[in-house]
Ligand binder design. Structure first.
Ligand code: FES
Length: 224
């Protein structure tokens, strides 16, 4: 989504793009600053930010709640005449498909990011994460700072699986270290992370990890 948006802005040719960005909270909105700046500078870009909850920390001028048909109609009243590109966790995209179907949208004009790596493509794309590290039967304790939960992470289990085992429902999508949806902060401990480009060095230096492709190398604590 960002590549296409940046390209549209860079080319300088007239364009008409409505960018809807839905996240749990404004703090979870990746590219928020860049998108706002692009929208200020490009008349063809209309930006709608949708926060799941009303943020307490700032005066919120965007939409609040879950993306719904009335919200979409308000943001882009002509959406049935537009081509739609959708990217997000699978349940989100399912919801969007259902909503558009109900609205009678021509689904031939609908495209979505796919993280379904079938047998045909397996092992064939650039940046494929390496296999899980050998951890020789070691089990580590994974604690979750916000929820206070603790689970044992058995050998070969990812941090994401451990979080699910703890009853948490962290966001995830590709589960291959590519999309960055499962990014979280490692509060303490060490992990081995074999990602496929879904995290930047700067973020790793800040203590962030991708839960779907990280394996504990010690007892760890996560922000979740
Ligand atoms: S779910 Fe895509 S990077 Fe983890």
């Amino acid at each position: 989504m960002m590549s296409m948006t940046r390209t549209a802005c860079d080319l300088g040719a007239p364009f008409d793009l409505a960018f809807l960005h839905a996240a749990r909270s404004p703090a979870d909105m990746i590219y928020r600053q860049e998108l706002s700046l692009l929208a200020q500078r490009n008349h063809g870009l209309k930006l709608a930010l949708i926060s799941g909850t009303a943020p307490a920390a700032e005066a919120w001028a965007g939409f609040t709640g879950r993306l719904s048909l009335p919200m979409l109609q308000l943001i882009a009243p002509d959406f049935t005449e537009r081509r739609i590109f959708c990217c997000g966790p699978a349940p989100f995209m399912e919801g969007v498909r259902a909503m558009l179907g109900e609205a009678g949208y021509d689904m031939a004009e609908y495209y979505e990011e796919s993280f379904d790596f079938g047998a045909e493509t397996a092992g064939n794309f650039e940046g494929e994460p390496e296999a899980a590290p050998e951890v020789s039967g070691q089990t580590f304790r994974v604690s979750f700072a916000k929820s206070g939960k603790v689970v044992e992470c058995s050998p070969g289990m990812t941090v994401l699986s451990a979080a699910r085992e703890a009853g948490l429902r962290p966001l995830s999508s590709c589960q291959r270290g590519i999309c960055g949806t499962c990014k979280t902060r490692l509060v303490s401990g060490e992990v081995e992370m074999n990602h496929g480009g879904g995290i930047r060095k700067r973020e790793i230096d800040q203590g962030k990890i991708l839960a779907c492709c990280s394996h504990p190398l010690s007892d760890i604590e996560l922000e979740l």
